[in-house]
Ligand binder design. Structure first.
Ligand code: NAI
Length: 774
């Protein structure tokens, strides 16, 4: 055969990796596994088989965790937690470092075990999953070392319940366990039922690392075991998996005071502009959609190609698809391995086969028998087609075209998800103009599927909330200091029907205009002595909807420069200060106290602080190990709905409004329920301080009635509830609809909330990976 012929056929010999050591490890453990609780393996109980999807052979028997197993694991974690936290970050860093070293020493064994259990190509397990898992432990050893100095005012949550999926079993474990331990938490982790082996292998490494017993506990089982963990007495839940289960977890934990992060599904756009390097973009797609057989939450599964080059690009792509090698995952020469489980294969088939939509193309490559699905491209789909909207989670790329950059953004953002996006263009202006416009937690410029422990990863919308990686990921495992207990504050009542000297009937403030309440009802407001001081409108659901619409329409505020936003906040402070005495008196009259002056002063100070912060919280450059950098851009969350604190009508409102506005959010705020007349004063201040119409919308009314509407509204991106009524459960439950971020009081006031906490709540970190340097 000539060299020319070799290149033409691209024939290759197989290069199988030996499974011997990994199978021997399984046999050494008895091939029947119990859980890892309190530093030791339990006896196997009610077991199920874990299979090698590539061959169908049973690898081992795994125990299905019961409620009692879960209780034992949580009790062990609870016992171990105080000492684990108290010894300090530096001591914890040594253990994390030891775990990183052990993962490195046993890298090959871990990779082969992962490939056997999940069907992923050994090349990926060896070169991506395992090295990234090590890197995660190294990086978090570093964060633990620096923690006490960098985050002196925080503490660990306590015991974390962690539930992970089957697509990156060891890597997802690392993403969950490393930050939790670094922050001083102990964990109970439930691996996915199809892929528990590397978690059990990791348990063995914990023993070897001398990790104190109870710090890491692993309970295997299926969704029922996961649900038992979610419902148990833990302080935080971290979940990666399907949006459906994420939503169920949000509902199940509503009102339980558990911190929650959710990393869910996606349908990430892969956008190719006509000036892209097409060959690189095709090669990028191999990583975007055929990496791990497309069983990747951030897979570039929606291809958007500019119309003028679409035919040529699809042609190149089809040609490349035909050279993909599908087969035995242990063969180092293959590109696409087995589908994780026959059940998942059926699911992919059900979603894709025989749909009759678009033009499907299946790679003309040899397909082995068994649990495999061919690399597939479906072109000519409309953006609304189900195949373009539903997560397939397999090697199936669905495609459409666009004409202009703005149309590309529109189609890209036309999804309920918001996890990741790739942008391909050789024109720096195009790429960097599009990146900020994409609704995604991660954007790769001329690249795809890059990950690193230093760079935050996580989504928006129905892709969940919270970040993993970087300081932002660690912060999700740290609890803010607790404020004082929140006591219910009731409105004063009275009977005096004496007419007011001047009618000061307050109104709602929607879209920059004073508005009468839709329902036409107002509430009479009395002093402590029962003297009538005014009427406050009672907003209803329609008013909430109008206010949200106005806030949505005020997107210009997000685009205003930080300097400009700071100027507006300074102006507000100035105007508040000028009317300070008068407003302080009103506060004293309303509350029957003497806090008016302090409230005004605190509010002016808060406005100054956030004016100062506006142009100083842009984000961070992450040092990632590629030829490039990752920018951790702080972007506004969007529209924030908030129930303001009751007790301090002015400073409560300002403490919420100032950070939200400073960071470019629009706000729908419901003022203090017992002391609503502050809204009238604030409206006047807003009207005279250059705050653009719709950036702040102010309502008054009953928190318990308005909270669920605000929390459930699909156009609200986050909800903050600091009402003194017990609304946490209803707010968190209602927020599950579009999986918006929620922040509830947990029965504590805002006295301990720091500027960093507000900043984290008022921003989303978008990680933008860009080529940079040599
Ligand atoms: P899943 O969300 O059902 O499973 C993920 C993990 O959650 C597993 O450990 C499972 O045992 C556990 N779990 C299931 N029900 C639970 C419950 N009620 N409470 C607590 N834990 C529970 O994902 P599944 O069924 O394996 O895959 C279905 C689809 O989800 C996939 O086809 C894909 O579209 C998506 N998915 C997304 C992932 C991601 O990384 N975002 C990962 C895995 C699946």
């Amino acid at each position: 055969m000539t060299v020319k012929e070799i290149f033409e056929t691209m024939d290759y010999g197989t290069a199988p990796e030996s499974a011997g050591d990994a199978l021997a490890w399984i046999t050494d453990q008895g091939a029947r596994f119990g859980h890892f609780i309190d530093g030791a393996f339990t006896d196997p109980g009610d077991t199920f088989a874990t299979i090698n999807p590539a061959s169908g052979e049973v690898l081992a028997e795994i125990t299905k965790g019961s409620g009692a197993d879960m209780d034992a694991a949580i009790a062990a974690a609870r016992r171990a937690q105080p000492r684990w936290e108290k010894q300090g970050g530096k001591a914890r860093a040594r253990f994390l470092y030891a775990l990183a070293r052990l993962l490195q020493k046993h890298a090959r064994l871990a990779a082969v075990l992962e490939t056997l259990d999940s069907g992923k190509p050994i090349r990926e397990a060896r070169d991506i999953d395992v090295p990234l898992a090590q890197r995660h432990f190294y990086y978090h050893a570093g964060l633990a070392q620096l923690l006490d100095e960098e985050r002196p005012d925080t503490k660990a949550h306590g015991v974390c319940g962690q539930v992970i999926p089957w697509n990156f079993p060891l890597l997802m474990l690392a993403w969950k366990v490393a930050p939790a331990l670094a922050a001083g938490n102990t964990v109970v982790l439930k691996p996915a039922e199809w892929t528990s082996l590397t978690a059990l292998f990791f348990a063995d490494l914990c023993r070897q690392a001398g990790l104190p017993k109870g710090v890491v506990n692993i309970v295997t089982g299926d969704g029922t075991t996961g649900a038992a963990l979610v419902g148990a007495e833990v302080d935080k839940i971290a979940f990666t998996g399907s949006t459906e289960v994420g939503r169920a977890i949000r509902e199940a934990t509503a009102g339980q005071g558990k911190a929650l992060t959710l990393e869910l599904g996606g349908k990430s756009p892969y956008i190719v502009f006509e000036d892209a390097d097409l060959d690189s973009a095709v090669e990028g797609l191999v990583d975007a959609i055929w990496f791990n057989g497309g069983q990747v939450c951030c897979a570039g599964s929606r291809l958007l190609v500019q119309e003028g080059i679409a035919q040529r690009f699809h042609g190149k792509l089809r040609a490349r698809m035909d050279t993909l090698r599908v087969g035995n995952p242990l063969d180092k020469s293959i590109d696409v391995g087995a589908i994780v489980h026959p059940d998942h294969l059926s699911r992919i088939r059900q979603l894709v086969d025989g749909r009759g939509e678009g033009t499907p193309y299946r790679a003309k490559t040899a397909m082995p028998e068994g649990c495999y699905y061919p690399p597939t491209l479906i072109t000519g789909l409309s953006p609304a087609s189900e195949l373009m909207q539903e997560e397939i989670f397999g090697p199936v790329l669905t495609a459409t075209t666009f004409r202009t950059p703005s149309e590309a953004v529109e189609i890209a953002n036309n999804t309920r998800y918001g996890l990741a996006a790739s942008v391909w263009s050789e024109n720096i202006n195009t790429a960097l103009d599009i990146a900020p416009k994409l609704a995604a937690g991660v954007v790769w410029v001329n690249g795809t599927n890059m990950f690193d422990a230093a760079a935050g990863f996580g989504g928006l919308r129905e892709s969940g909330f919270g970040r993993e990686g970087g300081w932002e990921g660690l912060d999700a495992y740290l609890a803010p200091a607790e404020g004082k207990a929140l006591k219910p504050v009731a409105a004063f009542t009275g009977e005096t029907a004496e007419p007011q000297p001047v009618d000061r009937t307050a109104k709602l403030y929607i879209g920059g205009k004073q508005a009468r309440p839709d329902g036409g009802y107002s509430r009479t407001v009395y002093t402590r002595a029962g003297k009538l001081i005014g009427q406050a409108p009672i907003a209803n659901r329609k008013d909430v909807r109008n206010a949200v619409e106005a806030a949505r329409g005020a997107g210009g505020w997000a685009a205003a420069t930080a300097h400009n936003r700071a100027q507006v906040l300074y102006y507000l402070a100035e105007n508040l200060s000028a009317r300070g005495d008068e407003i302080a008196k009103l506060i004293d009259r309303m509350t029957g106290g003497r806090t008016g002056k302090t409230e005004v002063e605190a509010s002016v100070d808060t406005l100054f602080t956030w004016a100062a912060m506006a142009d100083k919280a842009g984000g961070e450059v992450k040092q990632v190990p590629i030829r490039g950098v990752a920018l951790g851009m702080r972007e506004p969350v969007g529209v924030i709905g908030t129930l303001c604190p009751d007790a301090a009508p002015l400073s409560g409102l300002v403490s919420v409004m100032a950070p939200a506005l400073a960071m470019g959010n629009r706000l729908v705020a419901v003022a203090s329920e017992p002391f609503p007349l502050i809204a009238a004063e604030m409206i006047q201040l807003l009207e005279t301080s250059d705050v653009p119409a719709g950036a702040v919308n102010l309502l008054t009314g009953t928190h318990a009635e308005l909270a669920p509407t605000l929390a459930a509204h699909a156009d609200v991106d986050a909800v903050w509830c600091f009402s003194s009524g017990d609304l946490d459960a209803s707010v968190e439950r209602a927020s599950a609809g579009n999986l918006k971020r929620s922040w509830v009081s947990g029965g504590r006031d805002l006295s301990a909330v720091t500027t960093r906490d507000w900043l984290a709540a008022a921003t989303e970190i978008k990680t933008v990976w860009i080529p940079y340097g040599a």
